[in-house]
Structure formats: C-alpha cells, structure tokens
Design a protein around this ligand. Sequence first.
Ligand SMILES: Cc1cc2nc3c(=O)[nH]c(=O)nc-3n(C[C@H](O)[C@H](O)[C@H](O)COP(=O)(O)OP(=O)(O)OC[C@H]3O[C@@H](n4cnc5c(N)ncnc54)[C@H](O)[C@@H]3O)c2cc1C
Length: 416
Amino acid sequence: MKIVVVGSGLIGLSTAYFLAKSQHDVVVIERQSGPALETSFANGGLLTPSLSDPWNAPGVASKMLSWLGREDSPVLLRPKALPSLAVWGLQFLSESRQVKFSRNMARNVRLAQYNLTVMDSLAADLSLQALEGGRGTLKVARDQATMDHMIALSGILKDQSVGFEVVDQHRACEIEPALVPIRNKLVGALFCPDDGFGDAHLFCQRLAQSAKALGVTFQFDTSVTGFEQASHGVSAVLTDAGAVAADAVVIAAGSYSVALAAKLGVRLPVRPCKGYSLTVPIGNWQAGPKMPVIDDALHAVVTPLGDRLRVAGTAEFSGFDTEINPHRIENVKRLMAQIYPEFMAHYDEAAAEPWAGLRPVSATGVPIIGKTTVPNCFVNTGHGHLGWSMAAGSGKALADVINQTPPAIAIADYQP
Ligand SMILES: Cc1cc2nc3c(=O)[nH]c(=O)nc-3n(C[C@H](O)[C@H](O)[C@H](O)COP(=O)(O)OP(=O)(O)OC[C@H]3O[C@@H](n4cnc5c(N)ncnc54)[C@H](O)[C@@H]3O)c2cc1C
C-alpha cells in the first residue's frame, strides 16, 4: 500500500519507520528542511512512564486561576489564545475529575511502558546507546504537599508495574550527588530507575536514516495544503509542490494536525501549548549530574546530554506563536539556577541555545491514535508533554492498526 505520512517529528517518523518495516511504500511529507525541526527538536529528552499524569489533574482550574497574568507562572494563559480554547478548555477541565484523571493517567502509563519495550527493540537498529543519554530519573519535592501528591500518584505507577523508589533527601543526594548543594531545600524524591533519557533530535535523525534505508521517501520543504477525496476516502495528498497519490494517509503533524484533519471533516481536540528549553555546555563543571532531575514545584527538568545540560519546562497557551520570549528564557534560566546553583558559575551565556516548541495537548491528556471517520485516513497526535515517551509505541501501534494486526496495547483507549 502507498501510505503518505504528514510530519516528520517523533510521531510521524516512528509511524513511517514501522509502516516501512511492514513492507509499505511510505512517503513522508514535511514542510521543514529536515526531520524533527519543530516540537521534537530540543525537548526535555525524557522517556518517562513515571511522568504520565495528564496536566489536567484534579484542582487544575483553581491553580490556573491563581496563575492568571503571572509571567513567572508554570502555566501561562495568554488572552489572545482564549477564544480558540473555549470548547477544548471545557473538555480539558471536565477530564480533571478524579475518576477520569486516574483512567487517563493509566492509559498514558501503559503506552509509555509499551514504548520502552519498543525502544529496546529499536536499540540495535539505531545504535541508541550513543544518544548521549541513559537510564533513571529523579523527581524531587521541595515541600510535603508535593511529596504527598507524588506518593499518591505512584499508586497508579505501581498498578502498571513501573519501578520506583520513594526516597528521602539524603538518599536523593546519594543517587544524584549534584543535588547536594540544595539538599536542605528538598523533602524527598521519586527515583525511577527504568525511565530513559537522551537527545530526541538525534534519535529522530537516526530513525529517519533507518527509515530511508527501509525505502521511505522523504519530501522535505513541502507543505501539505489539503486532500483529494474519492468515494473510498483520500485519493491524494495536496501539497504546495503538487499532488501525491495515496492509498492511505497518516496525519502526524503535531498541533497542526487539527487544521489538516478539519479539511476532511475530522475534529481533533488538540491545542498547542508552548514550552521552552535552554541548552548549555557543561564546560568544566566537574560535579555535573548523571541523570535528569525533575522539579515538580518548578515544572522544570534539567537533563544531562553528554557535554551539554538542558533545562526545559514552562507551559504557555498562546496559540501557534513560536517566538522566543527573552523573559520566558530568563525564567527557564532561573529554574536551572534553583536546581543547580553551583553550575551558574560555569554558565556560558554566549553558548546557551534557547528554543521554544508547541506541545500538541489533547483535551483528555491522552494521545489520539487510530482510524478516523474517513476510512483510509489515520491520525497520530496529541502526545502533549510525552511525545518521546510514547513515540515508538504509538508508531508501532498505529502500523499494527493499519496492517489489521491486533496491537500489543488496547488501542481503543486512544481511538480518535
Ligand atoms: C519544552 C518541551 C519539553 C518537552 N519535553 C519532553 C520530554 O522530556 N519527553 C517527552 O516525551 N516529550 C517532551 N515534550 C513533548 C514532545 O516534544 C512532543 O510531544 C513531540 O515532539 C510531538 O511530536 P510530533 O511529531 O507530534 O510533533 P512535531 O515534532 O511538531 O512534528 C510535526 C511535524 O509536522 C510538520 N508539519 C506540520 N504541518 C505541516 C504541513 N501542513 N505540511 C507538512 N508538514 C507539516 C512540522 O513541520 C513538524 O515537523 C516536550 C515538549 C516541549 C515543548
């Protein structure tokens, strides 16, 4: 079958790779000049079943109200984005009821756990050990309420067989000695030895190479503008460089999937949520960290990537604006200083690389994977803050759906 995949971020590439593995003739159409140059470019680098809780946790409405208008808040709501959030926002809030939240989190954990299995199977093919990463994350708490919340959520992790250890501040600093300078600010942490981390962009480049070797054709610098439809569904994908005939199409264009799917009458409850990262050379900081540290209260993660350190975080609903706001970058830098104050003596401002990307956030907090109401049109999007944590698993599962092979996970849980 000739299948066109729209988008070459983490999700489109993973889907294309597994479709090519099952002998399909795959064409990836991407508007950028190479793979993973938008949201999958400089994310936090985590593969974390342990962070599978959707952002719309119980109590999110009052928290968001208290953050309104605060430039330094973890979640910022820009007034210009409000109209586009109206219907989506109501669903987002209604999914924050405890029963729904727990169900949605369990779905995310299952997919993220499955993803780690699929990533292991990819390791040999892509030389994953060279992705500047490793295993293990530490999620630290600065107050008892955060710690209690973490312990409460860990019940769902336990139910889904995610390995973790609840540790006090001393043990946290044994696991990650780079935290010793802030030991007295910590109450405890959740250590997840099976979580992974690395450079998602490097992963995408390797995946694109492997996909090419399997026969996938990449059409870069090409924007999809619409679809040609026949009685059986989509017959061609229309681009600014002409039409590409297709037996089936997969829309994996991150937040932009919504507008593309709408051209086929398919409504996707996904909205963009901007986040920032700052990547800095570690330089001669000898006491550098060996694993990512997630600071729940600050909504930030600092991840070691070989000779670089990356801080990522913050969430801003401001539509499709990807401009890098210097105030938000200063905020991210402050978060880094709060986690690793000693590093700031080595911080090289001139070499720091700021970046912003749009997380495709679904109203349920669970990605949307599967067949749409148009018979030969499939979607794979809405992975929010968990795109790499779920990419390989989502790509494999959707390839199974298209091949009419039962996926290893309950795919109905992610149905559009
Ligand atoms: C600050 C930040 C930190 C994050 N940290 C983590 C983390 O640590 N772990 C984790 O798992 N996730 C993390 N995420 C989330 C993760 O990066 C995303 O979920 C993931 O990158 C989404 O991948 P995607 O393929 O859906 O979207 P994208 O990477 O955006 O890919 C979509 C592609 O579609 C292309 N496209 C769009 N429209 C068209 C069109 N009309 N024609 C042709 N091409 C088109 C775009 O150019 C783009 O390349 C983070 C996100 C942010 C912003």
